[in-house]
Design a protein around this ligand. Structure first.
Ligand code: G4P
Length: 193
């Protein structure tokens, strides 16, 4: 997605250790126009898959996931990282290990929102080692739902996430693919859409 790549070039900052800061439009301040285009792009790619729910994880997955869900006219569910006081129903729960933070956290979704009747599109802001997406796939599997695709806004192709997800035979569509983040510069591969 040309416009996304341009925005990363203009406003992204490469931090040490292969981390890209995109807080001007995605992970802190959010650009609704860009998010809408991202949502429309994912919806266009997956429109014939019979999707009934879009699933993401808080916090930064929510904006692109919501616009995707709007474009597909289905609900969006975000997995929670901390148990909310009002989450008193039965939960689907998975462990997610963050290589970045070196901690394992529990992510959960209320059982009542996902069932075996659901066909799910997973959306997330970043794909690094794929642990967040793997956790979301586990939650869907626990519910008996079918995951038909994963839409990623920014893939760091030099990390292992894409291979992990492709090994699970789930199609991955990334709008921007980054080959390397060295010398303060992002080098791009061709995106999937
Ligand atoms: P993984 O899910 O692909 O295995 O990623 P990893 O454990 O390495 O990353 C954990 C968190 O860091 C995730 O967000 C992920 O989206 C984010 N992340 C990974 N690489 C980058 C990067 O280069 N730049 C930025 N800005 N974020 C990155 P999170 O902790 O769940 O945060 P949030 O969604 O609540 O903001």
């Amino acid at each position: 997605m040309e416009k996304l790549v341009e925005r990363i070039k203009e406003q992204g900052n490469v931090l040490d250790e292969g981390v890209l800061k995109v807080d001007a439009f995605l992970t802190h301040q959010v650009d609704p126009h860009l998010m809408k285009e991202i949502g429309n792009t994912f919806a266009d790619v997956f429109k014939d898959k019979g999707i009934t729910k879009v699933v993401t994880i808080e916090a930064s997955g929510i904006a692109p996931a919501l616009y995707t869900a709007e474009a597909l006219a289905v609900p969006m569910i975000f997995a929670r990282k901390a148990k909310s006081l009002t989450m008193n129903e039965e939960l689907l729960t998975a462990s997610v290990y963050s290589f970045t933070k070196q901690v394992t956290s529990q992510v959960s979704i209320s059982k009542k929102f996902l069932s075996k009747e659901d066909t799910v599109l997973i959306i997330d802001d970043f794909l690094a080692n794929g642990q967040a997406a793997k956790g979301l796939i586990e939650l869907c599997q626990q519910a008996g739902a079918t995951v038909v695709g994963i839409g990623i806004v920014i893939e760091k192709s030099f990390q292992s996430g894409r291979a992990l997800l492709e090994d699970m035979a789930i199609p991955v569509v990334s709008l921007a693919r980054i080959a390397s983040l060295s010398d303060g510069e992002a080098a791009f591969l061709e995106g999937d859409a």
